[in-house]
Design a protein around this ligand. Structure first.
Ligand code: FAD
Length: 244
């Protein structure tokens, strides 16, 4: 199915820990989405921002791309943010609009080497989707490192483990400094270095805090990672955008 916008229905919702929600979404017309694991959709929350624009927010698909009609996202409530609050409160059976699928956080078709996915914070959703997609395509040995502040930051570790293909080795590194801390990137890169020592990896997929994953890519390049072998999906603090 081509990229485009469509009406979607909230088919199911359940709380995930303290401040997050799992949502199952279906297109109202019953069509398949046509996504690959690691991709995301942009949801129009219907909220008009002070400048007059509609709040449209990106969410990575965590369900397996073997199922294309009903897909799942996990949304963490971020302060008073319009997108995450709408999606944490919206009623089951409500209809919204989305566009997608978007994004290139995926291993190339036929990839047969060793891959590492590194997620910070909510970026675990994209890493989970990419890992599921890679496994469904019959690919690769895959390790997954999740850098996260604490157990109750977002989805529980058990939630991730239940959904990961058995062949994927998950390491959760807790105690990462909070978003915005001046030493966050440095500390996160040091944690990732331990994982990188288990390499070498032929491809690295990174998702989450742009203030961490861009320095991480520079570190990997300095260690000799070939150009194009490190793919990034910045969820926030994207240094490539004026306002992340
Ligand atoms: C490709 C992509 C995929 C994404 N996938 C997910 C996902 O699967 N689940 C999910 O919960 N979010 C995801 N996000 C983040 C999401 O799009 C929104 O930014 C988030 O829900 C906050 O939106 P808001 O309107 O509530 O708040 P806003 O008012 O837009 O956000 C307030 C600020 O918080 C920042 N922010 C966003 N997320 C975090 C965070 N985790 N920690 C600290 N600051 C943050 C925003 O960039 C912004 O600067 C993704 C973002 C991108 C770009």
């Amino acid at each position: 199915m081509a990229q485009g916008s469509a009406k979607i229905r909230i088919a199911h919702a359940e709380p995930l820990g303290q401040g997050a929600r799992l949502l199952r979404l279906e297109r109202v017309d019953g069509a398949e989405l046509g996504f690959a694991g690691g991709q995301y959709v942009i949801i129009n929350t219907g909220v008009t921002l002070p400048g007059g624009k509609l709040a449209k927010r990106a969410y990575s698909l965590i369900s397996s791309d073997a199922e294309q009609r009903a897909v799942e996202i996990a949304v963490k409530r971020i302060g008073a943010g319009p997108g995450s609050n709408v999606l944490n409160d919206v009623a089951v059976s409500a209809e919204l609009e989305w566009s997608g699928p978007w994004g290139k956080l995926r291993l190339p078709p036929g990839f047969s080497g060793r891959a590492l996915a590194i997620a910070t914070d909510t970026g675990i959703t994209a890493a989970l989707g990419a890992a599921r997609g890679a496994a469904a395509a019959g690919a690769a040995q895959l390790d997954l490192l999740w850098l996260v502040e604490s157990d109750d930051y977002f989805v529980p570790e058990a939630f991730v483990r239940e959904r990961l293909p058995a062949a994927v080795r998950l390491t959760v590194a807790r105690g990462v400094l909070p978003v915005g801390h001046p030493e966050r990137a440095e500390r996160a890169c040091a944690l990732a270095a331990d994982q990188l020592a288990a390499g070498p990896y032929d491809a690295v997929l990174c998702a989450g805090d742009g203030a961490v994953i861009y320095p991480l890519r520079d570190r990997l390049a300095a260690l000799g990672a070939p150009e194009g072998s490190v793919l990034l999906e910045s969820f926030f603090n994207n240094p490539m955008k004026k306002s992340a």
